[in-house]
Write a protein that binds this ligand. Structure first.
Ligand SMILES: Nc1ncnc2c1ncn2[C@@H]1O[C@H](COP(=O)(O)OP(=O)(O)OP(=O)(O)O)[C@@H](O)[C@H]1O
Length: 696
């Protein structure tokens, strides 16, 4: 029976086709599997009009529409690559080649003449850097990198990043990714490995000729999907199956299926598909569970993200979703404490204040630090490190905290102890205290370990939280794939860095990085990176993170910067920008977000007749079900994404006005906010903002 694979582009544009055409295409796909030559389909060659003789037209579509199908020279897998009105469809296909690459086995679509002319346009303007990395490669090297043979001359003439950038939209995505890695200074092997997931394609995916489609399903495919059944086809075509569910990047795929003996770690800057890889990995592991009672845990730092993941998991894999517990760290800790018999609750802020007040009343000796500093020391050192004895406190590494002598620490300890007794007396715990108690409960055998643990946003986990996830995963049992942590040092907004090794989580040799950005345009990615320019970002294990080779899969408008004299001017600028997005780009209000929430901006938007919707903590964003420009704190929008984001920073003391002189966590928070934007980003700055505003 013939098979039909569908190209990613069809799925992206299907909803734009007339409904009659949509209906007929769905039927045709079904009919095709039975008999591609059936007269009801009208598959016909187009001799003399197409550069590639494998191109076929499909006639039997309503309203003069045509589908372009690529017929195999070898095998019985056909590829549906394009649908459009008659002339447009044939014009699209006329000069293109549709080939399986002879080295990588990846199916590629390209137009060599178009690529040549883009390069020629870029060449006169590019500086002639003779030592540009691509210029040093031989034709053979470029072929190994996945460049189709007809494109090699054009690629060889690239001499600058700008020219590569200009060309990138015309290159097959696999070869584009590898070339970006090479241009960033990676070796050929490194780049192929990092971008395609393997240094060399296995022999069984390499085709005999560009028209040999017999192995195409075994290849790490960027753009083709074999539709499993009618229901899946319907969902795919209706656009209810998101792209990330169908088209994993080969490197994501590799991480999903990677078999590890110990804990593994995935890093990558914002939008590189870490959460997507983690969700697919959880499903992959769940489908392999043999023991009926075994469960998998997926946990996150924020409630928002765990709610989103839970929702996706139920749709991604209803067959195994019941075996995957998705919860945020604090809920997890509470559950473990409750199951271990704890009857108390988490203290409210007022209760904590009362306990401190009692401590100060009962304490007559001279304090080694001010009351405020003592409280901070408790919150930032004692509590997140799970310290409950003096000796441990004396030996604790207090990264990022002002120096406190051993003598001061000795004098401070009885105060902290008194605070802990105060909590215990009232049967209360702090959030961090609950994590500590949960870990002790697990270590005492009061909670069954999970078969596999997967953790997102791990950069924000405290030392004690890392120890908890280590304790509930089966690391010490020696079973495979015990723990998978995912995080990004650029997005650490709740605490200072803690290497995983300090919690006994050994990820050496099992840490990988994702580089391809799917969320934000290249322009926004670069801008956001600029906010953290000069800051050393860690790799979550004591080393430095690198962004070498990072790039986005699409381009967009440059981020806009508006300097504003007053709060009113800022509000007006944001209203004008929202109106422009709605009228020029057709954005709906729920696709736009303004952060942080400033009352003047909300009032100005509603005076202009534009509804707003406040994103509150722990409440889900209702998406298209509820209109209104989203407004919320930068912390609240972490884990979300919008087509457009405005970051309102016109107050002089905002970190965005002088990032180089600002606190790292404030800069990270602004990085997080900027990377929530897919296509449009507006930053308002104070009129006095100087040279140190973020570099683009
Ligand atoms: N293979 C893919 N194909 C298409 N889209 C993808 C793919 N992987 C991820 N995406 C999309 O990219 C966006 C970012 O993905 P994801 O949230 O997994 O990234 P992340 O690295 O976890 O981001 P952050 O750290 O900012 O939370 C999402 O819109 C997701 O749907």
């Amino acid at each position: 029976m013939a098979k039909l694979m569908v190209h990613r582009n069809i799925l992206k544009s299907f909803h734009k086709l007339p409904s009659k055409v949509q209906k007929r295409v769905s039927e045709l796909i079904g009919e095709f599997q039975h008999d591609p030559e059936s007269p009801a389909i009208g598959l016909h060659p187009l001799p003399g009009t197409m550069l590639d003789p494998k191109v076929r037209g499909v006639k039997k579509l309503p309203d003069g529409y045509r589908a372009i199908v690529i017929a195999p020279e070898k095998g019985d897998t056909y590829l549906l690559v394009h649908i459009d009105a008659h002339d447009k469809a044939y014009d699209w296909a006329k000069n293109k080649r549709f080939e399986v690459h002879g080295m990588t086995g990846v199916f590629q679509v390209f137009d060599a003449a178009e690529v040549q002319s883009v390069v020629q346009e870029a060449v006169p303007t590019q500086p002639r850097l003779s030592d540009y990395p691509l210029a040093r490669l031989s034709d053979d090297d470029l072929f190994k990198a996945g460049v189709p043979k007809p494109l090699i001359p054009a690629v060889r003439s690239i001499r600058s990043d700008d020219a590569l950038e200009a060309l990138s939209a015309y290159l097959p995505p696999d070869c584009r990714d590898v070339l970006f890695g090479l241009a960033a200074g990676m070796t050929l092997e490194q780049s192929i490995d990092e971008m395609l997931g393997a240094v060399a394609a296995p022999a069984d995916v390499v085709p005999e000729s560009p028209g040999d489609f017999t192995k195409i399903q075994k290849t790490p495919n960027f753009d083709l999907v074999l539709v499993a059944g009618e229901e899946e086809l319907k969902q795919i075509l209706e656009g209810t199956l998101e792209e990330w569910r169908i088209f994993l990047h080969p490197y994501q795929q590799k991480l999903v299926k990677w078999k590890t003996k110990g804990p593994m770690n995935v890093t990558g800057s914002a939008g590189t598909g870490k959460t997507v890889a983690l969700m697919h990995r959880a499903v992959h592991l769940a489908r392999q569970l043999v023991d009926e009672s075994a469960r998998i845990l997926v946990t996150t730092f924020t409630t928002n993200l765990s709610v989103t993941i839970k929702h996706h998991m139920q749709r991604l894999a209803p067959d195994v979703a019941g075996r995957i517990e998705v919860t945020n760290l604090h809920a997890l800790a509470r559950t473990i404490c409750n199951r271990a018999g704890w009857k108390g609750r988490i203290a409210e802020d007022e209760e904590l204040a009362q306990i401190w007040a009692d401590v100060w009343l009962s304490y007559s000796e001279e304090l080694p630090l001010s009351k405020e500093e003592m409280q901070l020391e408790y919150e930032l050192v004692i509590d997140p490190n799970g310290i409950d004895d003096e000796e441990t406190y004396l030996g604790t590494v207090r990264s990022g905290r002002p120096r406190v002598s051993r003598k001061q620490r000795k004098a401070a300890w009885p105060v902290f102890r008194a605070f802990q007794r105060g909590l215990k007396k009232r049967n209360l715990l702090t959030f961090e205290g609950a994590i500590h108690e949960a870990r002790l409960a697990v270590l005492q055998g009061n909670f069954t370990r999970y078969a596999h643990v997967l953790v997102d946003e791990v950069q924000d986990f405290s030392l004690e939280a890392l120890r908890l996830i280590r304790a509930i995963s089966p690391i010490d049992e020696g079973t495979p794939d015990p723990l998978c942590t995912v995080g990004d040092g650029h997005q650490r907004i709740y605490r200072t860095k803690i290497p995983m090794s300090r919690a006994g989580i050994d990820i050496r040799g099992r840490s990988r990085r994702l580089k391809i950005n799917y969320r934000t345009s290249e322009q926004i990615r670069k801008f956001a990176q600029g906010i953290l320019k000069g800051v050393e970002i860690d790799d979550l294990d004591g080393g430095l993170a690198t962004t070498v080779g990072d790039h986005s899969v699409f381009k967009g408008p440059e981020p806009l910067i508006e300097k504003c004299e007053t709060e009113n001017a800022e509000a007006e600028a944001i209203v004008a920008w929202v109106q422009m997005l709605m009228s020029d780009y057709g954005l709906a209000t729920h696709e736009i977000c303004v952060t942080p929430r400033k009352p003047k901006i909300v009032t100005a938007l509603s005076s202009a007749g534009i509804a707003t919707f406040e994103l509150k903590p722990r409440e889900e964003d209702p998406g298209s079900e509820e209109a209104g420009v989203r407004v919320g704190t930068m912390k609240r929008i972490k884990g979300l994404e919008f087509r457009a984001v405005a970051i309102a920073c016109a107050n002089k003391d905002d970190a965005m006005n002088a990032p180089n002189q600002s606190d790292i966590r404030d800069r990270c928070e602004r990085y997080v906010a900027a990377t929530r934007a897919r296509e449009h980003l507006l930053i308002t700055l104070a009129a006095s903002a100087g040279k140190s505003e973020p570099e683009q």
